[in-house]
Design a binder for this molecule. Sequence first.
Ligand code: 1PR
Length: 634
Amino acid sequence: MATVAAILTVPCSAGRRPKRSSQPRGCGSGSLSVRASSGANTVTLLDYGAGNVRSVRNAIRHLGFGIRDVESPEDILAAERLVFPGVGAFGSAMDVLNSTGMADALREYIQRDRSFLGICLGLQLLFDSSEENGPVSGLGVIPGVVRRFDSSNGLIVPHIGWNALQITKDTPLLQGADGQHVYFVHSYHVLPSDANRDWISSICNYGDSFISSISMGNVQAVQFHPEKSGATGLSILKKFLSPISSGTKVPTRRKASKLAKRVIACLDVRSNDKGDLVVTKGDQYDVRDHTSSKEVRNLGKPVDLASQYYIDGADEVSFLNITGFRDFPLGDLPMLEVLRCASEKVFVPLTVGGGIRDFTDANGRYYSSLEVASEYFRSGADKISIGSDAVYAAEAFLQTGVKTGKSSLEQISRVYGNQAVVVSIDPRRVYVKSQEDVPFKTVKVSTKGPSGEEYAWYQCTVNGGRDNRPIGAYELAKAVEELGAGEILLNCIDCDGQGCGFDIDLVKMVSDAVTIPVIASSGAGAVQHFSEVFEKTNASAALAAGIFHRKEVPILAVKEHLVNAGVEIEGFLDQSQNSGLPTHAYSWATDAITITGGATGLAVLAQSYRAAAASTVTGSPPQRNAIDSVLGQR
Ligand code: 1PR
């Protein structure tokens, strides 16, 4: 197999020096010196402080490894295994790497063919340059230019969600991952070319085929997030952390796959009257019981439910701090603690929203919305969601036509990237007789209004639906896309908690209007509602709360229904490839069962796919019992 040193014909820093390169600290003109190496169960992490790498830390620790942080270029060269989870924008990352001397150390480390895993931006930085706020020079290890996905033909950008890997090169890291869905979140990508072909280990389809991973000798990098790709991702990470040499067979090519639709579990969180932080659930946003006590409904503990939903197969988990508009989230420390604990157990993306705005506390201390968001990211959020404050920002933008750059939305997306910023919209349907009755975009409704109205517009609200605003959901969605939102969480107050299905008219109107992903929310009551919203609209994801909290419909049943309806989703291969068996069950049929889920979810899984003929079962005793009891019925 070719090695990095052999491929790198250009000396590591010659001829490719980025704009602001500097000498590594503590090193002379020659090679960097090497410090003592780290232990066998320790991995070195390059976190240059540009964003949240908590998820990567959590995943590494979850797999039983300790972490040693890079503090100087010498630490890079001393590493036995180096993980580089690039975060933030390409240009600012290169600025930091150059000014600290880490760029040269990285080039040297890679040229020595040392064990390396780059993640997301950590892959992109290996290439020659990027168009992101550029052109900006990269590390120049691999030929190629990082370019933005082209949304001019309607492609939804950022590319957020679960997409299937097509393995092009036999590599131990991705063994068994061919055709598996992994989680991506990025707006920039690199295309395969003759010049970089030798490096590519997998590609993925989104508009074009782009490079989803590279591998050369001991140097690996992935565009996706293994730390957020559930069991598949953890297994990839584990193969890097404890490589086992094995004679791998050349993987068989599978049919190209589309981006999977996502199923998201949402937890509305607030303090109940006793002061405990609970998951609650409203009917049209009213979360109090309709009894004389009028207590806040308590559907469970936030961390327990989030962990369970991860095990049950949720593609993402969202926390909405629903009283954040009146309680200051940084004063609400239990919420941050919930996030910290959940991020240690949930290895799919975590979104948190509520209360992201500027705030002055009782002592006169001013906190910017960026500080609030940063605290959420530090505590384990992968994305933050803005509600009320985004409405005010959109109204101001539509009035003046000027982007001030000062709104919470603009500031947070500038620092963390728009893929990390969701805008949550809380609209209420307002029926009108004619399209001319209001200056907002209307839709011809599928079911007429109470007085026979044929049209409706969707009025945005703030403060948890309490106050109406003079802006429609359509206008808001388009404005926040302009201001830097990476995704829209589209609720509907009329449908919330009703179980009668998503508001298809609303979801279609908004998802046709923007080129960022739209999450359909509110109203799911049966599995058919999920297939309906994906068949009739351009929604990228569907979110539900009540049916999951009340255990009326398991997440797996939703996924099973979707795959049978021909909708591509994570965890299941394309029907044409394996008769619609979930990937877990598929590997049971041919191989041993390795159990990573909890007993409940697995029991449902096994029940659905009893035909799978497993030879070996490994897992904890309760997991084995759950499987045995079901498989025993065959
Ligand atoms: O305005 O930035 O502080 O954000 C507040 C956030 O809290 C917003 O995202 C807003 O949607 C949310 N929120 C505020 N009040 C409520 C409430 O319910 N009283 N929850 C609330 C919104 C709606 C969905 C719900 C779906 C699915 N909850 O997220 O989970 O409707 O429910 P279903 O499947 O049971 O129908 P800011």
